[in-house]
Write a protein that binds this ligand. Structure first.
Ligand code: MG
Length: 189
């Protein structure tokens, strides 16, 4: 079973999110490369508090999630759909659930729009190790090092972490850094 994170792996969360943060801060452009960790201790003006407020705001906006663009190619989606048809693909996300709309449906619709038929999506507000273990995940990919570390320590899965500026300083003996999404398919057979 392959377990994939969505935001930062398949969907470009960061660009539209930073546009919103830019509007709130009024300090001009925030290049994605300037985000070197999500605690923002080194950042010239971003703080955890500002970013948390923006995160809360987008969590109430179904259209934000609906409009995210894809980070992977059409061919890669087709390869994922092949796995999905064999019921060997599950999506695991930390997206927030709100009472005002159904983020589960918005997420499934977005994946279907990319070509994934009846996607299996699991939501959790915890780190992902326990859930990945319960789901029998043997290959896992996530852009957040906290999730990669948790899965590496709680399961025997191969753990892949796509290189991002905000995970660049993380290292773990069981987490493999990848530069291209397609490297995933090299671990499947
Ligand atoms: Mg992510």
């Amino acid at each position: 079973m392959v377990g994939l994170d969505i935001d930062g792996v398949l969907a470009d969360f960061l660009s539209p999110f930073l546009s919103l943060v830019e509007k709130k801060c009024g300090n001009g452009a925030i290049p994605p490369d300037s985000i070197t960790d999500f605690k923002f201790q080194e950042h010239p003006f971003l703080t955890e508090e500002i970013v948390w407020k923006c995160m809360e705001e987008v969590s109430y906006q179904p259209e934000f999630w609906h409009n995210l663009s894809s980070l992977v190619t059409r061919r890669e989606w087709e390869a994922l759909e092949e796995l999905n048809r064999k019921r060997k693909l599950v999506f695991i996300t930390n997206r927030y659930e709100r009472g005002t709309y159904d983020i589960r449906q918005v997420t499934r619709d977005w994946l279907q729009k990319q070509g994934i038929t009846a996607p299996l999506v699991h939501f959790t507000d915890e780190r992902k190790g326990k859930l990945a273990d319960q789901l029998g995940v043997s290959v896992f990919m996530d852009d957040r090092h906290e999730n990669c570390e948790d899965v590496a320590e709680k399961t025997r899965a191969v753990v892949l972490m796509p290189h991002r500026s905000y995970n660049q300083s993380f290292e773990h003996p069981r987490v493999k850094r990848v530069w291209n999404f397609s490297e995933l398919f090299g671990y499947l057979f």
